[in-house]
Design a binder for this molecule. Structure first.
Ligand code: OSB
Ligand code: MG
Length: 370
């Protein structure tokens, strides 16, 4: 693959509704998009690093210089055969997985378009439709949360996940379960608890949750194994899993029974497939997490979710839940049965609205080959 140029862009987009987790609230996104021009096609990637270093140490202002000074030059001077060849070219740079993923995924996208093949097939997927869930943030009141849940259930979503933190957990679950005793329900704590709170966390068992996501420290796996032994609810790890070795360690130690795969968090499609494969070998289900992505990242999450091991509904939901207008066409739509149909078109099956992207762009830098 002959890469002629790579462009970094920052776009700014307001969320339709604020999103609050245990680490804070966001009203609008600053999104770093990467495009790779090669042999007449353009591949797109999205960096899932946030506006702040709260979910992970990476943020948009760390990703940009890492891409500019290290990752982009590595691709422009290295031999890029395919998306798969990127991790080796990036290996000297430690960490910075979201920055790496943005560029690697753009190369996969370009490769799929060059081969005139759907990205999901190139990734090894087989599902022709994928099941969708929603992640609902902390609201101003429990009543508002119940209203949101009712809306999403009416839209057909197959799993409701609510964000929890001390003070917004058991009290809220009581109300949700009182109204909907049987829905598929899970919670995500984004590391809001410690091992001193085992007795409190044990009380979650009463609510028959599909899982509790990342209850403890983001940099800890082993102590989740201790917690998992003490509670019935299945633990799902998100923040703690950076690569396939982490996944293997977590499953061998019994730290979780489910894994959330986020392509940005693990450094790109190549590693995401490896995490998937490790989980498959332990017969553990995975699902695709979300990071409030624009259509570019959303389309990539959809492609990844076609892999066989993605057996639980992902946080892959419709564009209109986040954006007044998404930057892709068609927008991501979820059917009334809570599924997204997978396109047979080459690449992601979604077209980037480049004029709109240009309008939303607040900074841009292009790097050309030799
Ligand atoms: O922990 O899954 C998470 C959003 C930002 C950072 C972390 C997380 C999330 C979500 C939102 O839960 C998922 C989505 O709808 O994109
Ligand atoms: Mg999470």
């Amino acid at each position: 693959m002959k890469i002629s140029s790579i462009t970094l862009r920052e776009i700014q987009m307001s969320l339709v509704h604020f999103f609050e987790t245990s680490f804070g609230r966001v009203y609008s996104r600053r999104i770093l998009l990467v495009s790779v021009d090669a042999e007449g096609v353009r591949g797109w990637g999205e960096c899932t690093a946030g506006e702040d270093p709260y979910y992970s140490p990476e943020w948009i202002e760390s990703a940009w210089p890492i891409l500019k000074h290290y990752l982009v030059p590595a691709l422009l001077k290295g031999e890029v055969k395919s998306g798969r060849s990127c991790p080796a070219l990036f290996a000297r740079v430690r960490g910075h997985r979201m920055a790496k993923a943005a560029l690697e995924d753009a190369v996969w996208d370009a490769e799929a378009r060059l081969r005139q093949q759907p990205l999901w097939k190139l990734l090894g997927g087989s599902r022709r439709e994928i099941a969708c869930g929603v992640s609902i943030g902390i609201q101003d009141s429990p009543e508002q949360l119940l209203e949101k849940i009712a809306t999403e259930l009416a839209a057909g979503y197959r799993r409701i996940k609510i964000k929890v933190k001390p003070g917004w957990d058991l009290n809220v679950l009581e109300k949700v379960r009182a109204r909907w005793p049987d829905i598929v329900l899970s919670v995500d704590a984004n590391s809001a608890y410690t091992l001193d709170e085992v007795e409190h966390l044990r009380k979650f068992d009463a609510f028959k949750l599909l899982m509790i996501e990342q209850p403890l420290w983001d940099d800890e796996i082993y102590l989740h194994a201790r917690l998992q032994r003490a509670i019935q609810t299945a633990i799902c790890l998100d923040e703690s899993i950076h690569h396939a070795r982490d996944a293997n360690f977590a499953l061998e130690t019994g730290a979780c029974r489910i894994i959330n795969v986020k392509v940005g968090r693990v450094g790109g499609f190549t590693e995401a497939k490896k995490v998937h494969d490790v989980a498959q070998s332990h017969n553990v289900p995975v699902w695709c997490g979300g990071m409030l992505e624009s259509g570019v990242g959303r389309a990539h999450n959809i492609a990844l979710s076609t892999l066989e091991g993605f057996r639980l509904p992902g946080d892959v939901s419709a564009s209109k839940r986040y954006w007044k207008q998404d930057i892709i066409e068609p927008e991501v739509e979820v059917r009334p049965d809570g599924m997204i149909a997978i396109s047979d078109a080459p690449g992601t099956g979604y077209t980037v609205l480049e004029d709109l992207v240009q309008k939303l762009t607040v900074r841009e830098e292009t790097f050309r080959a030799g």
